[in-house]
Design a protein. Sequence first.
Length: 122
Amino acid sequence: MNVPKKAEKARKNSKDYSYREDTLESAQEKAKLLGLVVVCPKSNQLFIDIDDASSMRRFVRCVLRLRGVSYIVRPSPSGLPGHYHITLAMPRTVTPLERIALQAILGSDSMRELLSWLRLGG
């Protein structure tokens, strides 16, 4: 299998680390050092991280099929053009696994959702 040089370099430089070790407390600690705040979704909310135009088109195409949802689109704090954070309210509570799956289906950053799944115990 051909592994891109950038990915191979990242793999060689990474420490033996499990994303399951990340906790809310460790994330809050890191955020505080960076002058940021960790925001957690409510039990019926999805947080969708859009990083490009095709992901936004996917979100629009998919969200139109959902009933009883509301959402707010905000520019990403990064300020990069075409990057958005979307908070979507579902009509019911969702499990953590449902949240990850729905966010991925709706076009959220695939690496973010993969890491979330790993933290969940995937």
